[in-house]
Design a protein around this ligand. Structure first.
Ligand code: UDP
Length: 241
C-alpha cells in the first residue's frame, strides 16, 4: 500500500531517497514498464491545467518530491513529506545499483552529443553498467515509433528520459504500454550534469533549499517558468485545501 501526500491533487510518495531506491530496485524485478516521476512546483502547477500530465503523474509508479516548494507546502499543510528527494540523487543511486547488479540503461534526450557524453562518463564511473544505447532528444513526432522500436530492440532494463518537463512526463504517459523496459524515469537536466555540459548547484545551495536560485542565476531565461514557485506558495497559503 503506497503512502502518498496530496499536494493540490497531485499524489507524491512519502519517504526518503533510500525508500525511493528500494521501490526502483523492486521495479526491476517486475514484468511491466514502471514510471518514475520527479515533480517540482512548476510541474504541480502545470498539472492543474493539463489533464494528461495530471493523470500521468497520479498513475505513475513512483513520484518523488524533487522541489523544495513541495516540502514547504507539505509542512504548511501537514501532508507528511519530510524531505526533498531529487531526481539527480535517485538517478545516481539507480546507476550504482545497476553497476552492482549488472543492469543496463538507455538514455534518450539532450542536445546532440549530450546523451553519448553522459553514457561515456557513466561507464567510466560505473564500469559494470550495460550501456544499451543513447539518442538525442530532438526528433520529429513521426520518428517516435522508430525510436521506441530501437529502444525495445536494445533491451535495456532502464530508460532515462531527458526531454525536459513536462515533455518527458507526457511522453512516458503516452508510450508506457509500448516501452519494453522495467523502469522509465524522467531525468531532465541530470543528463547534462552527467555529460558535463551543466553543473549541479554547490552543496551549500542544496542544503539551504536554494538550488532553484542557483539555477535561475545560471539560466536567467528560466525566470518565467520559475514564477510558478511563488505562485504555488501563494496558492498553498491562501487555499484551505
Ligand atoms: N530536451 C530535449 N528535447 C526537447 C527539449 C529539451 O532533449 O525537446 C533536453 C534539453 O536539451 C536538456 C533536458 O531536456 O538536456 C532538460 O531540459 P530542461 O533543462 O528544460 O528541463 P528540466 O531539467 O527543467 O526538466
Amino acid at each position: 500500500m503506497r503512502n502518498r501526500a496530496d499536494i493540490m491533487g497531485v499524489l507524491i510518495d512519502k519517504g526518503n531517497l533510500e525508500d525511493a531506491l528500494k521501490r526502483c530496485v523492486a521495479f526491476l524485478g517486475t514484468q511491466k514498464c514502471n514510471i518514475v516521476i520527479t515533480p517540482n512546483t512548476e510541474i504541480v502547477m502545470e498539472a492543474q491545467k493539463d489533464l494528461a500530465l495530471f493523470k500521468t503523474i497520479n498513475e505513475a509508479d513512483l513520484v518523488i518530491p524533487d522541489g523544495i516548494g513541495l516540502i514547504y507546502a507539505s509542512k504548511i499543510r501537514g501532508k507528511g513529506l519530510e524531505e526533498r528527494v531529487t531526481g539527480v540523487d535517485l538517478m545516481h543511486k539507480i546507476l550504482k545499483h545497476c553497476n552492482d547488479h549488472k543492469k543496463s540503461i538507455y538514455i534518450l534526450g539532450g542536445k546532440p552529443g549530450v546523451a553519448e557524453a553522459a553514457c561515456k562518463n557513466i561507464k567510466e564511473k560505473f564500469s559494470m553498467i550495460g550501456i544499451k544505447g543513447f539518442r538525442d532528444g530532438y526528433f520529429k513526432t513521426e520518428d517516435e515509433m522508430k525510436i521506441i522500436e530501437n529502444i525495445n530492440a536494445c533491451k535495456p532494463d532502464i530508460l532515462f528520459l531527458a526531454l525536459g518537463a513536462p515533455k518527458q512526463e507526457l511522453w512516458m504517459g503516452k508510450y508506457k504500454e509500448k516501452l519494453q523496459v522495467k523502469l522509465v524515469m524522467g531525468v531532465g537536466g541530470s543528463v547534462d550534469i552527467w555529460a558535463g555540459t551543466a553543473k549541479r548547484a554547490p552543496e551549500i545551495y542544496q542544503k539551504l533549499g536554494l538550488e532553484w536560485f542557483y539555477r535561475l542565476a545560471k539560466e536567467p531565461w528560466r525566470y518565467k517558468r520559475m514564477l510558478a514557485l511563488p505562485k504555488f506558495m501563494i496558492k498553498v497559503l491562501l487555499c484551505k485545501q
